[in-house]
Design a protein around this ligand. Structure first.
Ligand code: 13P
Ligand code: SF4
Length: 323
C-alpha cells in the first residue's frame, strides 16, 4: 500500500511537470479513475474522452484506456504528445476489422455511407464518412436514415443490429464482436432477473441481441452510470465490463449492483466481464511513461500525419453533430 501511495504521488508530480492531463475510461483500474479525477483530468465514455482531450489546454495527454482511444486523441490533437501506459492495449473489435479487408468491404458497396464505431484503427476511420460512439450511434444513424442514406456499418454486429432495429435504417453489417460483452448470457440473465424482480437491467449495446432485449436501459457507459443515479430503483443488474462498478458505487451510493452472468463465471472464461486490454493500464506503467516516455518515446501514440488527417474528418463530424 505504501508503494502504491508513493506511485500516486510521483504520478501527480509528473503530470504537473509534463503539463499533461490524464484521461481515463470507466473500465480501467479504480485507482487510475480516481487519479484522473483528483488531478483535473476526466474519467468517462469514449465520446467524452475525445471531447475532453480536444478541449484540454494542457500540452500533453495521457490516455488510460485502449489503443483506439489514444489514437483518437492523437488524431484530434496532432500538436499534442499523447501517451498510453501500454500501447499493446488493443480491442477485439479493432483486431477483428483489419484495414485492408475493411477497404474491400467498402469497395463492394460504393453507394453506402460508411459509419464506423470508435473501436477501430486510424486506418479504418480514414476510410469512413462518420465515426460514432455508443452514446451517439442511434442519433447519427437515425439522422442519416432520415436523409435517405443507406449504411455500411463496422465492426460490432450487436451494436449494428441494435441500431438497425431501433432506427429502421438499411444497414449492411461487418460481423465483429467484443469478447467481453459477447459473453453475457440470456438464459442465466433471465434466471437472475426472476430472483430479483425489482432490479433494473442495464446493458451495453455491444451485448448479444437477446440480452439487449431484456434491458430496461441500453446505453454507453456514461448513460448506464446515469441510470443508476437518476432512477428511483434500488437494485441493478449490470451487463457491461465490471470496471464500471467503481463509478456506479460512487454515483449511486447504497444501491445494489449485481453483475450480469457470463458464460462461465468460472476459470474457463478468463476475460469474462473484464476487458483484458483495459486491465493492462496500471499505476506502474503510467508512472513509467510519464517519467521516461517523453525522452525515450516509449508509450507515445503516433499516427501517420496523412492518415490522421483522413481519419480526422469522420471524428470531427461526430463531435460537430454532438454539439
Ligand atoms: P463507451 O463509449 O460506452 O464507453 O464504450 C467503449 C467500449 O469499449 C465499450 O466496450
Ligand atoms: Fe474493446 Fe470490448 Fe475491451 Fe471495449 S470491452 S475495449 S469493446 S474488447
Amino acid at each position: 500500500a505504501a508503494e502504491r501511495a508513493d506511485l500516486k504521488k510521483e504520478i501527480k508530480a509528473l503530470l504537473k511537470a509534463r503539463d499533461a492531463v490524464l484521461v481515463a475510461h470507466y473500465y480501467v483500474d479504480a485507482e487510475l479513475q480516481d487519479l484522473a479525477e483528483e488531478t483535473g483530468g476526466c474519467v468517462s465514455d469514449s465520446l467524452e474522452m475525445a471531447r475532453f482531450g480536444r478541449e484540454s489546454t494542457h500540452k500533453n495527454l495521457v490516455v488510460a484506456g485502449v489503443r483506439f482511444m489514444g489514437e483518437t486523441s492523437k488524431i484530434l490533437n496532432p500538436e499534442k504528445r499523447v501517451f498510453m501506459p501500454d500501447l499493446e492495449a488493443t480491442c477485439s473489435l479493432d483486431l477483428g476489422c483489419p484495414a485492408e479487408e475493411f477497404a474491400a468491404f467498402c469497395d463492394q458497396h460504393p453507394d453506402r455511407t460508411v459509419v464506423v464505431y470508435a473501436n477501430t484503427s486510424a486506418a479504418v476511420k480514414a476510410r469512413a464518412d462518420w465515426m460514432v460512439t455508443s452514446s451517439i450511434a442511434l442519433d447519427i444513424v437515425g439522422h442519416l436514415h432520415a436523409r435517405g442514406e443507406k449504411i455500411l456499418w463496422a465492426p460490432d454486429r450487436h451494436l449494428g443490429q441494435y441500431i438497425q432495429r431501433q432506427t429502421g435504417a438499411d444497414m449492411i453489417l461487418w460481423q465483429g464482436s467484443c469478447l467481453v460483452h459477447d459473453e453475457f448470457k440470456y438464459e442465466e440473465l433471465k434466471l437472475l432477473k426472476e430472483k430479483h424482480p425489482g432490479a433494473m437491467v442495464l446493458v451495453h449495446p455491444e451485448s448479444p441481441a437477446e440480452v439487449v432485449a431484456m434491458a430496461d436501459v441500453v446505453g454507453s457507459t456514461t448513460q448506464l452510470i446515469k441510470a443508476t443515479q437518476t432512477s428511483g430503483v434500488h437494485e441493478f443488474i449490470v451487463a457491461t465490463d465490471n470496471g464500471i462498478l467503481h463509478k456506479m458505487r460512487q454515483a449511486a451510493p447504497g444501491k445494489v449492483l449485481i453483475e450480469a452472468p457470463t458464460a462461465g463465471n468460472s476459470a474457463t472464461c478468463k476475460s469474462c466481464a473484464h476487458c483484458p486490454w483495459m486491465a493492462m493500464n496500471g499505476l506502474r506503467n503510467l508512472r513509467d511513461v510519464l517519467r521516461d516516455g517523453f525522452d525515450s518515446g516509449v508509450g507515445e501514440v503516433l499516427v501517420d500525419a496523412d492518415l490522421g488527417r483522413q481519419a480526422y474528418r469522420c471524428i470531427d463530424r461526430m463531435l460537430d453533430f454532438a454539439k
